[in-house]
Design a protein around this ligand. Structure first.
Ligand code: FAD
Length: 94
């Protein structure tokens, strides 16, 4: 990344999804799900504090996973995405 930022031509070899484990299947998706669960728990405990959410908050699981995918996509398309000075080669080295 630093070499590409410095204008060097860089080739990245990736057999899976750009961004690796953390962005695609580990840290980021799990934290997105944890944040959704935290928001739900807060909403369910809001009434005694004067917040009327009119009914029991429910989970839209499809939307929840869409948000998770969207967050990953923003990272893949952001700092780790291919730039003109970076070529991404699918497969394995050697
Ligand atoms: C559920 C879960 C939650 C986590 N949460 C956190 C967290 O909150 N905070 C934290 O710090 N860490 C967390 N981790 C750990 C974190 O995901 C890893 O430490 C981190 O992803 C390791 O980064 P890496 O670049 O070494 O490897 P990876 O992210 O695995 O990247 C390696 C990449 O190289 C590619 N690759 C490997 N071999 C080849 C090959 N021969 N040819 C081509 N491509 C290849 C792989 O496809 C992959 O994309 C979590 C892990 C899990 C499983």
């Amino acid at each position: 990344m630093d070499l590409a930022a410095a204008g060097q031509r860089v080739a990245m070899v990736e057999r899976g999804m750009i961004g690796g484990t953390c962005i695609n299947v580990a840290c980021l998706p799990t934290k997105t799900l944890v944040n959704s669960a935290r928001l739900l728990a807060l909403a369910r405990r809001a009434a005694p504090f004067g917040i009327d959410l009119s009914g029991t908050p429910t989970v839209d699981i499809d939307l929840l996973h869409a948000v998770r995918h969207q967050c990953g996509g923003q990272h893949r398309d952001g700092p780790v995405c291919p730039q003109p000075s970076r070529a991404v080669l699918g497969g394995t080295p050697g």
